[in-house]
Design a protein around this ligand. Structure first.
Ligand code: ZN
Length: 257
């Protein structure tokens, strides 16, 4: 049975009735009532009716932790801490890939959306030498609240406070008109935390690289130039954070059409 099949079965069971699919207990292994309560903060009365909770004992279990669809599965205790930096980064990559799974970038080839957060994390780690695993995880997760149904509470449960607050800092308020959101990015940039500034610098750099090499087919020259100029203004408020990263941004900005 593939991982995807297991995931599908586990989630389908939670979706269907809350009674749990046949075999869910086998998927995740059997936990005692007490250990379930300890790990997930479930009440004795509630966990009995929620067999799919077994599924979240596996490392794919968070896939079912969509707070809007399966609020009863959300853990209430401390976040499930990854066992190593590599595990954390892979967990973030996997979480983001799942959340963005139906989205595409706006380039002509409609590149899978997940390529973008991966490009940010890779730029930070490989080109700028950033080694803070929580910053790299935040880069992978940076668009999950803004562009998917992911909530801050869901991120907090899975990744903890520091990563969540970095993601929140780089998240636009989508209830505002686009022009206002863009203006606020310029206003807020100088006041962001160092960690959020790193992620923002990487985001703007990757976006300029994409815009220079694989622009959306419906963006004319004026619109592309306007985006480059706006990105320059936002980054003006981020300077003094990381010289290497800022140099990478400047190189990308040289690609202004
Ligand atoms: Zn982005």
């Amino acid at each position: 049975m593939t991982t995807e099949t297991i995931d599908w079965i586990a989630c389908a069971g939670a979706d269907r009735s809350g009674a749990g699919p046949a075999g869910a207990g086998v998927i995740g292994g059997v936990l005692t009532a007490q250990s379930r309560r300890d790990r997930y903060g479930l009440s004795a009365a509630s966990h009995a009716a929620q067999a799919p909770v077994e599924a979240i004992t596996t490392d794919i279990g968070w896939r079912c932790l969509d707070a809007r669809r399966y609020p009863f599965l959300a853990p209430t205790g401390a976040h499930m801490k990854a066992t190593s930096d590599i595990a954390l980064i892979l967990k973030a990559a996997s979480f983001a890939a799942h959340k963005h799974r139906d989205q595409r970038r706006r380039d002509a080839e409609a590149t899978p959306y997940i390529n973008h957060p991966i490009a940010l994390a890779s730029l930070l780690a490989d080109e700028a030498g950033i080694t803070d695993a929580e910053v790299l995880a935040a880069a992978l997760l940076h668009d999950t609240i803004e562009d998917t149904l992911t909530t801050a509470d869901e991120l907090r449960a899975a990744f903890g406070e520091r990563i969540t607050s970095i993601v929140e800092e780089v998240t636009d308020d989508k209830s505002l008109p686009k022009a206002e959101r863009k203006r606020l990015q310029e206003v807020h940039a100088p006041h962001a935390s160092r960690e959020a500034k790193l992620v923002k610098l990487a985001d703007k750099t990757c976006n300029l690289r994409d815009l220079a090499t694989t622009p959306p087919p419906d963006w004319d020259l004026a619109r592309r130039r306007k985006y480059f100029d706006w990105a320059q203004r936002v980054v003006a408020g981020l300077r003094g954070t990381h010289a290497g990263l800022e140099a990478l941004f400047d190189r990308a900005a040289d690609g202004r059409p």
